[in-house]
Design a protein around this ligand. Structure first.
Ligand code: PEP
Ligand code: MN
Length: 345
């Protein structure tokens, strides 16, 4: 349910509404826009009566949110959310260019990759330290050692860093090193993990599950938002389908679809979506044209030696070429790509 306040409410009026909602046993979520103040009420709406709420001083309207996701919905917040990862803005016309290897493999190789993607215009460095591999015999990531390398390399090139957590027990450790936490496709419905990450204040990158609908994705977003963490970015990374010439099926329609349904930024990962370097640049361009808030690409300077996802990794020179096109498209669409020192180009 959304409680819309009359224009220019006083702080006392706002506080009084918040207190009343809490007294009724519900959790209020305040959203103060430039022209409007609205309060989302989360809980069993059946138990909430509209009439007494309308009688509260300063309340203009009480509207039920019919969608199962509330805080993630456009009804709750009309304006685009802009998530800041250090100095890099994502959403509201600002594109995140996240790039790096699938896994952190060592300092020298990450340095080489980070320098190349930063020079090409990437503004966030990625690299997994805890890897969700299909086989327990595959490389599982360097753990804390990988986090240390990611942090120091990010610092060296002035890039914020994002890395995956797979388990609530890893969160405390990862918070010490990362600027953004990734929740991978396989964990999109690990609800305990979502809740735990929702209790932190670090920006979160939530990837769409392998067989998740857009609604499922937004419900998972709701788990994080409802715990208080509003710094949330969604990621379309393809879904399972009958097509077997690509790794997954990139659902580009989900971009405008999510944008209509939600205020949250959504970026696209054409690497895991296609699994094919020859298709990634075209899908990156298409994603930007579709209105996404960023592109996430795996890059490796020597894909044949990569310990994870080598076959889908773009070479640095191909990433640089892709970025030229993305930048041109961004210019055309009036979007900006923050550079690592925080200056917008
Ligand atoms: C990854 O980003 O390396 C990854 C494992 O992605 P996903 O969870 O989308 O498969
Ligand atoms: Mn990967």
């Amino acid at each position: 349910m959304i409680i819309v306040l009359k224009p220019h409410p006083t702080p006392d009026q706002i506080q009084h509404v918040l207190d009343r909602i809490e007294a009724l046993g519900f959790i209020p979520h305040l959203s103060q826009g430039v022209s409007r103040t609205i309060i989302g009420v989360i809980g069993d709406e059946e138990k909430l009566q509209v009439e007494p709420l309308l009688a509260i001083d300063g309340v203009e309207q009480v509207v039920p949110i019919l969608k199962p996701y509330k805080l993630a919905s456009r009804e709750f917040q009309a304006s685009d959310t802009i998530v800041e990862v250090k100095d890099i803005r994502i959403g509201g016309g600002h594109l995140a260019m996240i790039a790096g290897p699938c896994a952190v493999e060592g300092e020298a190789i990450l340095t080489e990759i980070a320098e190349s993607v930063r020079d090409a215009g990437a503004n966030i460095l990625r690299g997994g330290a805890f890897k969700p591999r299909t086989s327990p015999y595959s490389f599982q990531g360097l753990g804390e050692e990988g986090l240390k390398i990611l942090r120091s390399t990010g610092d060296r090139f002035g890039m914020p860093v994002v890395t995956e957590v797979m388990d609530p027990r890893q969160i405390e450790l990862v918070l010490r090193y990362a600027d953004m936490i990734q929740i991978g496709a396989r964990n999109m419905q690990n609800f305990d993990l979502l809740k735990e990450v929702g209790r932190t204040s670090i920006p979160v990158l939530l990837k769409r599950g392998l067989s998740a609908t857009v609604k499922d994705l937004l419900m998972s977003a709701e788990y994080i938002l409802s715990q208080g963490n509003k710094k949330l970015v969604l990621c379309e990374r393809g879904v399972k389908s009958f097509e077997d010439s690509t790794r997954n099926m990139l659902d580009l329609a989900s971009v405008p679809n999510v944008k209509g349904l939600s205020h949250l930024p959504i970026i696209v990962d054409p690497s895991h979506a296609t699994g094919r370097p020859d298709l990634i640049p075209a899908m990156a361009r298409a994603a930007v044209a579709a209105g996404c808030d960023g592109v996430h690409v795996e890059v490796h300077s020597c894909p044949e030696k990569a310990l994870s996802d080598g076959p889908q990794s773009l070479l640095p020179r191909d990433y640089a070429r892709m970025m030229e096109d993305v930048q041109a498209l961004a210019d055309l669409l009036g979007k900006s790509i923050d550079v690592c020192d925080g200056v917008s180009v």
